[in-house]
Design a protein around this ligand. Structure first.
Ligand code: NAD
Ligand code: SAH
Length: 413
């Protein structure tokens, strides 16, 4: 069977979403046109696991236009959109994913995209790479390499490489400037609030927002909270990031202190147990908690589920918990990434840049497959610059360039 999706009849609705994305992704459009002519992925098997919504669907179509034989699954059971999956299948692509997959189904879908023996892997968080090593060691020799989309996935790859366990090269897409500077900061900043606002339909102005983690994503979430009129408190473990938050005008507190005053809590650290029972115990009645970090381990959901004396679905994607039968706290999207599980994720123009980096990095791997010596590969500077120049062109913005004299002065050569 060439696909496993929920319902092929949903394809028209998915097509509309993808067409809208295409209108708003000029970089991917230019790559689709270029790849259609040059066929950089002719006959190359590509396995892809990324949040399966319309922007990702368009990336898949760009790979397919470049000649790839592409096998697609989601990267989060709650972020796959069934109509988008259907639209891809209707266009002849091989998709294995549905919304709300159980852990067993989720793993089975990943197996489906790995079984054909991928040559290129597009991963978002490391699930494909991990399963490739544990369950398909006999297919590893056929892998040219892969690309990793997110911060936490890169941490996992670095641990594998340090243990000499990583068997093929991986491009660290997240670390490209055109990725984390825009996707993690402005993409997460906007889409987290979109997820919270459409799910809760509550006012943010005048409330206290606690942002755990002041990395690239946390900076974006805090900045947009301020713009919505909230008082913002940051929690951190890194003293330098904490000073940065203070200089940016935010309060800084330990989580168990911030817990007493927060109305909204957003974790975006990549760490586990950031909000635990000590914090739950002192929170205000009605506090709203959500996560935007990679795994659903930042809010201690296991504790809440084990110790709540009552638990009620309040509205789609809002679950109420009470630990004492009096005070309620509300968790959005079961503690999974709120912007993806309760929204459409980052805006199209942001994913346009991130996915242009993905597509060009995959092309780089194919072109350089015989001379890749390192296992962890930085996105080549020329790819980052290419994407930045294309973006400026589409924005209609010109910038200066160095004269020869300036170049000699500036670079000393
Ligand atoms: P980052 O490394 O830039 O920032 C993480 C920050 O969290 C660091 O400043 C670190 O000191 C801090 N931190 C770690 N443990 C903490 C703790 N226990 N309490 C408070 N602060 C703590 O990473 P990033 O790029 O901002 O990514 C953060 C997470 O979000 C990762 O898991 C990443 O994969 C994920 N991510 C999500 C989205 C999304 O769409 N929701 C987008 C990009 C990245
Ligand atoms: N694999 C995990 C978490 C990934 S972290 C999971 O799926 O739950 C979030 C990553 O999702 C970011 O690096 C970001 O680039 C990507 N992302 C955000 N919005 C997206 C969207 N609309 N479509 C596809 N990927 C998106």
């Amino acid at each position: 069977m060439e696909y496993q999706i929920r319902n092929l009849d949903l394809a028209p609705a998915g097509r509309l979403k993808i067409d809208w994305v295409k209108k708003n992704c000029p970089l991917l459009r230019s790559l689709e046109e270029e790849f259609t002519r040059t066929q950089p992925f002719q006959g190359i098997r590509v396995a892809l696991s990324v949040h399966l919504e319309a922007k990702t669907a368009y990336l898949c179509k760009v790979f397919a236009a470049g000649g790839a034989d592409i096998y697609i699954t989601g990267s989060n059971p709650l972020s796959t959109q069934d109509d988008v999956a259907a639209a891809l299948v209707a266009d002849g692509l091989k998709v294995f994913a549905w919304y709300g997959a159980t852990p067993e189904e989720y793993d089975a879908h990943i197996r489906k995209v790995l079984e054909p023996g991928p040559q290129i892997i597009i991963d978002d968080g490391g699930d494909l790479v991990h399963m490739m090593h544990t369950e398909f060691p006999q297919l590893i020799n056929g892998v040219i390499g892969g690309c990793e989309e997110t911060t936490t996935g890169i941490l996992r790859l670095q641990a594998m490489a340090a243990a000499k366990h990583l068997a093929f090269p991986m491009v660290l897409v997240n670390n490209a400037d055109c990725k984390h500077l825009f996707d993690n900061r402005y993409g997460t900043g906007q889409s987290v609030w979109n997820g919270i606002n459409r799910t809760t339909n509550l006012i943010v102005a005048g409330k206290t927002v606690v942002v755990a983690g002041y990395g690239w994503c946390g900076k974006g979430v805090a900045m947009r909270a301020k713009g919505l009129g909230a008082q913002v408190i940051v929690t951190e473990i890194d003293p330098i990031k904490a000073i940065e938050a203070v200089m940016d005008g935010f309060g800084v507190l330990p989580m168990n202190e911030a817990a007493k005053v927060g109305d909204f809590f957003i974790t975006v650290t990549g760490c586990n147990k950031v909000i635990t029972k000590e914090a739950f115990a002192v929170m205000k009645d009605g506090a709203i908690l959500c996560n935007a970090g990679h795994f659903d381990v930042e809010i201690d959901m296991a504790y809440l589920n084990a110790h709540a004396v009552d638990k009620k679905l309040q509205r789609q994607n809002i679950t109420g918990y009470t630990l004492d039968g009096k005070k309620w706290i509300y968790v959005l999207a079961e503690g999974r990434l709120v912007n993806l599980a309760a929204g459409d994720g980052h805006p199209a123009e942001i994913m346009d840049m991130s996915f242009a980096i993905q597509a060009l990095s995959a092309k780089y791997l194919v072109e350089h497959q015989h001379d890749l010596t390192e296992k962890l590969i930085a996105v080549p500077k020329e790819v980052d610059m290419d994407v930045a120049h294309r973006k400026l062109d589409f924005l209609g913005i010109s910038i200066d360039s160095l004269s020869e004299e300036q170049s000699r002065y500036y670079y000393g050569a």
